[in-house]
Design a protein around this ligand. Structure first.
Ligand code: MOS
Length: 773
């Protein structure tokens, strides 16, 4: 062990990123490339009667305009393909017919020699519609709600135990309230961007995606091109947050454009276009019912969510997904309903379900704390779940009590006077609030390949991707650890569908899925070297047993006599070998459903080269009995807010997050991830909201000047800590993913702190100044 795992090393791609050397999808210089600009519908429902493209076509430089009339025919991707990515709108394959289902739907693309020419011409495309009456508003159409069966994420949508209705009726203390969250947009820094390039019968995509492997399968299916003729590259991604998890029209349409004009086409969505045709978080209305006895012990939890989906797919914002297991209660009832609207389809957005769900539930818990006169932390301890009471299984590892204790200490909870409005600094009202954070610890099948070269450097390959979170860095650390090499000897190669298939960057699963595969491929390579040296009479390690040697300091050494051993470079030179390599597939899955899990279900196996895919590391990993367990991460958020009593403005002064996420792979990137989630949650609490024109169904807040995201001036002082106890059940590396847990609970903690400061309970997000004065 060279003790590299956990170290807060800088990002291995940091220098490339700050010097402009990291090439993002839109930045590849492809010869002969043309620029596409999308034309979006301006009605929310109806049919396209006519395109008048004559004026646009006359613009100098314009070489083609793609509409449904001249586009190639697409095939419906089968949702049962376990290796497939998911197309976001299954009943609306782009540019196939004259139907319009939402305002801002992609209906044409203008292609020209320059971006400016394409942009200009795109505004000259005239579209005549036969409009129909759209369904725009969730509240007004609540009567049309229906109960979906399953969420596309695989989560159950209707879950109950005992009889929550009756238990709530007879409870001596109860909270029954409704909480609402608006539509949110991901607003990743990098827009959805694709370059598509046909070379004979093969097609190459440079695509901003959370799944190069899934996008490859999906494009193969939609375009009707064999899988081995599709390649997807995504070396660097400027954030996804779920918006690049499902595939949106831009990717497949870029290939359709390239086909039409027979040249490579670059298609990048503008910030405004991202607000309609690249996903969003569904609006939610959540009714929470909590019943308890006088001591605060919960007897009933009800969580009814009404959300929206589109007319062209079914997405469920599973706000109640954590509710059956987060607290102990004999009676639980969780339900989800959907209303179809003529708006673009919602999709996963960082902590899909849990982010709005923990907001509502954790505010309700705070309300119960006040009603019962019990401290909010104490109330959570009284109702602490020692196991998953819905599934009757143990947690693989849970240290939430420690998170509460540590977080309370870090924020100075003991100095809090619980009486609302009682604490002040100057004229500012001071409030402290807390909430529980939780997110599942997902793991799915992944494969990887490692190659040790004669010069002593290593290349590791996996068709997963780094969406900006630090995947390159922590996987480099995992490989360096296995090889006993410094990180600068490891070249981590991700973001290319040609590599062995890895997990998609969704559901916070990459660390726990890809990490073990990379470790196993690396250990498999090391083991081949070990076998070689102990059998080689010329090696100082000759005759030792496998378990008597260790990979460290750039080679293989004796465990008992660390001065005895030799460098990889010396070993390979003596053996006359160019390289030593090994591949590995780890098929462990902690997910209930593989539907949202493109890398799962053994499909990785078919794609790896014809060599051994298993070794001792894989076997040991797969031997662990995971059936008695459920896999979740937990944490606690604490915030201090200052509220201006005259202006109603809220400043989060301090935010503390203590997370129990298993092994911390890199303290720096881990803090960065949690901080990013917390910023997301503060935005959700205080300012973010997409507003729609009530008649046109078109977002009116559709750029960053009126869709407000937190900026530096909004930032609190952050203190982030980890429990850092390895989860030995989930995988040999002991780490659980951290992409999403940071945003869960923090929104409620802010709302609860505002109540503590002001005595005002705002149940409609965002908590803007007008709601506080
Ligand atoms: Mo995440 S919202 O599953 O990309």
């Amino acid at each position: 062990m060279n003790e590299i795992v956990g170290k807060p090393i800088n990002r291995v791609d940091g220098k490339l990123k700050v010097t402009g050397g990291a090439t993002y999808s839109a930045e590849f210089n492809v010869k002969n490339m043309v620029h596409g600009v999308a034309v979006l519908s301006t009605v929310s429902k109806g049919r396209i009667k006519n395109f008048n493209t004559a004026t646009a076509e006359k613009v100098p430089g314009v070489i083609g305009i793609l509409t449904y009339k001249n586009s190639m025919q697409l095939h419906s991707p089968s949702s049962s393909d376990p290796g497939g990515g998911r197309y976001a709108e299954k009943d609306l394959l782009p540019l196939q017919n004259d139907r319009v289902y939402y305002n801002g739907q992609m209906i044409a693309v203008v292609m020209a020699e320059t971006l400016e020419q394409a942009e200009h011409a795109s505004h000259l495309v005239k579209v005549e519609y036969m409009p129909e009456e759209p369904v725009i508003n969730l509240e007004k159409n609540i009567g049309k709600a229906y109960k979906p069966d399953k969420a596309p994420t695989g989560a159950e949508t209707q879950v109950s135990r005992g009889n929550a209705e009756d238990a709530l009726k007879s409870a001596s203390l109860k909270i029954e309230q409704s909480y609402t969250t608006p539509v949110y947009h991901h607003n990743a820094m990098e827009p959805h961007a694709t370059i598509a390039l046909w070379q004979g019968d093969t097609v190459l995509f440079y695509d901003a995606t959370q799944s190069v492997a899934g996008t490859k399968t999906l494009m193969s299916a939609m375009l009707g091109v064999p899988k081995d003729k599709v390649r997807v590259i995504s070396y660097y991604i400027g954030g996804g947050f779920g918006s690049k998890g499902f595939s949106w029209p831009n990717t497949v349409v870029s290939a359709m454009c390239a086909k039409l004009v027979n040249r490579p086409v670059k298609l990048v969505l503008s910030r405004q276009q991202l607000f309609t045709t690249a996903g969003r978080r569904s609006q939610t209305i959540q009714k929470i019912g909590l019943g308890s006895d006088q001591s605060g012990k919960l007897s009933a939890i009800k969580h009814e969510t009404t959300a929206e989906t589109s007319f062209v797919d079914e997405f469920v914002e599973t706000a109640g997904v954590a509710t059956p297991m987060i607290y102990s209660s004999p009676n639980v009832d969780v339900s989800h309903s959907l209303v179809r609207l003529n708006k673009g389809t919602p999709c996963p957005m960082r902590a899909p379900g849990e982010a709005p769900g923990t907001y509502a539930l954790e505010v309700a818990m705070d309300e119960l704390a006040y009603q019962s006169g019990i401290d909010p932390i104490q109330l959570r301890l009284i109702n602490y779940a020692d196991q998953d009471e819905q599934k009757h299984k143990e947690f693989s590892s849970k240290n939430l009590k420690e998170c509460y204790r540590k977080g309370a200490e870090m924020i100075g909870w003991s100095n809090r006077n619980p009486k609302p409005g009682s604490m002040k600094e100057g004229k500012m009202l001071v409030g402290f609030g807390m909430a529980t954070a939780t997110y599942p610890a997902n793991r799915s099948a992944s494969s990887a390949k490692a190659v040790l070269f004669a010069d002593g450097h290593v290349e590791v390959m996996c068709a997963t991707q780094d969406i900006g979170t630090g995947t390159y860095t922590i996987m480099t650390q995992a490989a360096a650890d296995a090889f006993g090499l410094p990180v600068d000897k490891i070249k981590m190669k991700l973001g290319d569908s040609e590599y062995p298939k890895g997990a998609n960057s969704g559901g916070s699963q990459v660390t726990a899925s890809v990490g073990p595969a990379i470790r196993a491929a690396s250990l498999g390579t090391v083991n081949k070297v070990v076998k070689m040296v102990i059998a080689d009479v010329k090696s100082p390690l000759h005759g030792l047993k496998e378990e008597e040697v260790i990979a460290q300091n750039g080679g293989i050494y004796s465990k008992v006599k660390p001065s005895v051993g030799e460098l990889y470079t010396d070993i390979l030179k003596r053996q006359g070998m160019q390289d030593v390599r090994a591949s590995a597939i780890t098929k462990v899955s902690t997910r209930q459903s593989t539907e949202s899990n493109p890398a799962a279900a053994g499909s990785a196996e078919a794609e790896i080269e014809n060599e051994s895919k298993t070794n001792e590391a894989v076997q040991a990993d797969e031997k662990t009995d995971r059936k008695p367990y459920v896999f979740h991460s937990f944490g606690a958020h604490f915030v201090k807010v200052l509220v201006d009593p005259d202006l109603g403005t809220v400043h989060v002064e301090k935010a503390v997050g203590v997370m129990d996420i298993g092994t911390v792979m890199n303290l720096k990137t881990a803090k960065n991830q949690i901080m990013g989630g917390m910023v997301f949650g503060i935005g959700m609490a205080l300012m973010e909201e997409t507003q729609y024109d009530p008649k046109l169904g078109r977002p009116v807040t559709r750029d960053l000047s009126n869709y407000l995201v937190p900026v530096n001036a909004d930032m609190p002082e952050f203190e982030i800590a980890f429990i850092n106890k390895p989860d030995t059940i989930i995988s040999p590396i002991g780490a659980r993913g951290i992409g999403e847990i940071g945003i869960t609970g923090i929104t409620a903690a802010v709302a609860n702190a505002i109540y503590h400061a002001t005595g005002k309970r705002v149940r409609q997000l965002p908590i803007t100044p007008d709601k506080l004065i």
